[in-house]
Design a protein around this ligand. Sequence first.
Ligand code: DGY
Length: 323
Amino acid sequence: MTKPKILVTRKIADSAEEQLLKNFDVSLNKNDSPFSYDELVKKCNEYDGVVAASWDKFDKNFFDSMNGKLQIISSIAVGYDNINTEAAKNKKIVITNAPNVLNDAVAETTLLLMLGAARRAYEGLTLVKSNKWKDAKVDFTNFMVGQPLTGKTLGIIGMGRIGQIVAERVKGFGMKVIYYNRKKLSSDLERGAKYYENVNSMMPHCDFISVHCPATPETKNILNAEAIKLLPKHAIVINTSRGITVDDDALIDALEKKTIYAAGLDVFTNEPKLDERYLKLDNCFTLPHIGSATHETRAAMSMLAVKNIEAHFLKKNYPSRVV
Ligand code: DGY
């Protein structure tokens, strides 16, 4: 029997590549050279399955261009806003994602952003690395003085799996957690966190506000100008979800005018070509979308993507099917 042909669009973990080679006729991308959109469309028509990265774009035009050979796209990301799932469904192409195995890593990145933004890590690092510390006026009450996490209140938007882990972790800092979610959680999952029925009513109570919802038409600009205006002046905005959940104009305006204290951002609209105003803001601690970037997590995400491919062609239950 001929083996199904699988295309892997980017370099994935060695262990997952080896696993894939056991059952399939695989085209790996050992050099990790990205395909252009047109190359991706052309190549996908030659394969039965694709293991894809979150950077690969599968829009309506992509699915309209498919000739019927491609059966599954196994995405190595929890977020699938890069895939038009309705168009995939219409073409009967299965979509799977890679949730859960990255929850701890993203929660850790959230803590990194909270600490980095609150304790002015970007300013401190820049001062040391530019060798200007020796020329700086170091005074006790102002020099690199920031804010603590201990005892503060964290508001979480999107109390799913990652939000819940963040809520648990910040208890180590003695933080109080409040949250907004589409639905109130059961009290065992809430673990003491107070629920707000809408974002705006929660804002005035947040020392930190962290976004953990998926990017959907409903969550676009969920942190909009109105919500940001309701934050206290010392508030810190954290985002590890997707850039489009935050209104850039409103956030940048608040950071420039210092109507909030700081932001810690791992994700941006149009990343990596982010709004250049962010680059000029000392009170914005930025990372290049590395929420899930630990060796262990990326290996687990790669293997989960392979398990979804195996499930499809070996007729097993999908570990994580989207449509
Ligand atoms: C995800 O898995 O969605 C992460 O943000 C990496 O893209």
